[in-house]
Design a protein around this ligand. Structure first.
Ligand code: NI
Length: 182
């Protein structure tokens, strides 16, 4: 059965804290929560269901956004129309990244930030993420473009960083050759 998530708002201090590494195994409740997060993120990206359940579209969430200060991130990526890949990464670390820098042309959004924040955020075009899956096995994920941005955005949440912290207030839009807008 579908259950809408309670997501902390940006004003909540827990979003500014550094989360702890997870000791496996996860509890039954935590596993249930992960399933609920995947459902919410998936539904939020399907128009009919997003409307039905009044969900704001989003492709990623991190445990601290649910008030749990543990290093778990979940991303649901629509890699093709109506086709989704789920990524659940426990204790994620960025192993390596490209030299190339990109930014989402229309800026980033966050399910904890219920307002538009304009500006470009510099992100690596490609990243390699390592961590553990739900069974505790080591996994390595190579991500590029918007998926790469999503991983960097979600890992930031584990360190108490929100996307707009990266925006240069004096010059929110970058229009030089140092980055590629996607
Ligand atoms: Ni976010």
């Amino acid at each position: 059965m579908f259950k809408k998530l309670d997501i902390l708002d940006e004003k909540d201090k827990r979003l500014r804290m550094v989360s702890d590494d997870v000791t496996l195994p996860l509890s039954k409740e935590e596993k249930k929560l992960i399933k609920q997060i995947i459902d919410n993120l998936t539904y939020s990206q399907i128009d009919d269901l997003a409307k039905k359940y009044d969900l704001r579209p989003g492709m990623g969430l991190a445990f601290p956004q649910m008030g749990i200060l543990k290093r778990v991130i979940i991303i649901v990526h629509e890699y093709d129309e109506g086709k989704f890949d789920n990524y659940v990464v426990i204790n994620p670390v960025m192993l390596s990244h490209s030299e190339e820098i990109i930014a989402a042309e229309s800026g980033e959004g966050c399910l904890s930030v219920n307002r538009e924040v304009e500006g470009h955020i510099k992100r690596y075009a490609r990243v390699t993420i390592e961590g553990l899956d739900l069974d505790g096995s080591k996994i390595r994920i190579r991500a590029r473009e918007e998926l790469s941005i999503a991983f960097q955005h979600e890992i930031d949440h584990l360190n108490g960083i929100l996307f707009y912290d990266h925006i240069d207030k004096k010059k929110p839009f970058i229009n030089d050759n140092s980055i590629r807008l996607i």
